[in-house]
Design a protein around this ligand. Structure first.
Ligand SMILES: [Fe+2]
Length: 392
């Protein structure tokens, strides 16, 4: 309960359905939205997964267009082509099925279709060290419905990231693209490889940890973050032990959903600032970048966010309540490292296939990421490079 004075809070008009078999109620639910010509948007892997199959089956002829080749870090050219395909087919709504790229691409296409121009015109800009300019996007957007099959939580938030042609990630913020309906249906997620849940689960965990210490945290985001950490830390090992465990899959989906509410209100810090570049320039999946980097980022913020990390520690293990704040904050880092090991994830950047020569460029790139703005500790480029080296 160490909240900076003065805060803002926004919750979306999203309706959430969480139950195994929830996809079957889509036709009925979509009547309330009113769209008749849906485009199914999914990644290459998820296009043939159980969730996409179930959606196609229940939606029948109201899916009039498909866009199924979304790459892991969707780029501006993909979005332009996708928006054109939507226009040609007179699409009036997007069904995003799969991981974060499916949701982010649907949101980006909705922005481009409504706002016109080029996507980059609508991106937010951070001018280091402390000026952040958020574009105000007011035109009405086509409705989006999301059926997530990973734990990225992209479907929850008004934010999104799309790779520019030079490898930089353009970031957007538009409450108008938040999905109108989210279906958490664990029964259509058991075919998703457990390691995808493990890595994207670490991304969700990072949302909640960074939400705990963000400069714009508030009482609601703090409560949601703690609950999200409880769900994720318990569910992820169970998913890895038994990928067919529908209850564990559902609890992981819930933890991820809560983490999306956290970042919608508290945003993310230096950890995400670096993970954006590790993905768009270094070629790591967002989940893998998160899986490796989180304990390193927490250590970087250990002093500046001591009380908040101490509180996070109690969500991993209630015994942390008895520890002095400095020890509890370290316990939070150790809990994340233990979870990393338990899930069989790498802990060093050198184990990810990243080219070490990229580190100075990644540090420079991170300096213009808005994650640094929301981070509790200010960082120079040299300090960011040190952090990358220590994670190496
Ligand atoms: Fe993330």
């Amino acid at each position: 309960m160490n909240i900076p004075p003065g805060f803002q809070l926004q919750f979306s008009r999203t309706r959430l359905i969480c139950r195994p078999g929830g996809v079957s109620s889509l036709p009925e639910e979509l009547q309330q939205i009113g769209s008749k010509r849906w485009m199914l948007v999914s990644g290459t892997r998820s296009a043939n997964g159980d969730a996409a199959k179930a959606v196609r089956q229940v939606m029948g002829s109201s899916v009039v267009a498909h866009w199924t080749g979304i790459p892991q870090h969707s780029g501006v050219d993909v979005i332009s082509a996708m928006a054109q395909h939507a226009r040609t087919n007179e699409v009036d709504g997007f069904l995003a099925v799969g991981g974060g790229s499916a949701s982010d691409s649907a949101k980006a296409a909705a922005i481009l279709l409504a706002e016109g121009g080029s996507l980059a015109d609508h991106a937010n800009v951070f001018y280091p060290p402390d000026r952040y300019v958020q574009q105000v996007l007011t035109k009405p957007k086509l409705p989006i419905v999301a059926i997530p099959t990973t734990l990225s939580a992209a479907e929850v938030t008004p934010g999104l990231g799309i790779r520019n042609n030079d490898g930089h990630k353009l970031v957007f913020w538009d409450p108008g693209v938040v999905p109108r309906l989210i279906v958490l249906d664990a029964a259509v997620c058991t075919d998703v490889p457990a390691d995808v849940f493990a890595t994207t689960g670490m991304n969700a965990l990072a949302h909640s940890i960074e939400g705990m210490y963000s400069r714009v945290r508030n009482p609601a985001s703090e409560g949601l973050a703690l609950q999200s950490i409880r769900y994720l830390s318990k569910a992820l090992p169970r998913v890895v032990d038994d990928p067919a465990d529908v209850v564990a899959r559902e609890q992981a989906l819930i933890g991820a959903y809560l983490s999306g509410l956290v970042i919608s209100n508290a945003r993310v810090g230096i950890h995400h600032g670096l993970c954006h570049g590790l993905g768009s320039m270094g070629g790591l999946s967002h989940g893998m970048a998160n899986a490796i980097f989180l304990p390193h980022a927490m250590r970087f913020n250990l002093e500046a966010a001591q009380d908040q990390l101490a509180m996070a520690a109690t969500a991993f293990d209630t015994a942390a309540h008895a520890l002095p704040a400095a020890e509890a904050a370290i316990a939070a880092v150790e809990s994340v490292s233990r979870l990393q090991q338990r899930l069989g994830l790498p802990s060093r950047l050198r184990d990810s296939g990243l080219d070490r020569g990229l580190l100075p460029r990644l540090a420079r790139h991170a300096m213009s990421d808005r994650g640094l703005y929301f981070n509790p500790r200010r960082a120079s480029e040299a300090e960011v490079l040190d952090l990358l080296e220590s994670a190496w």
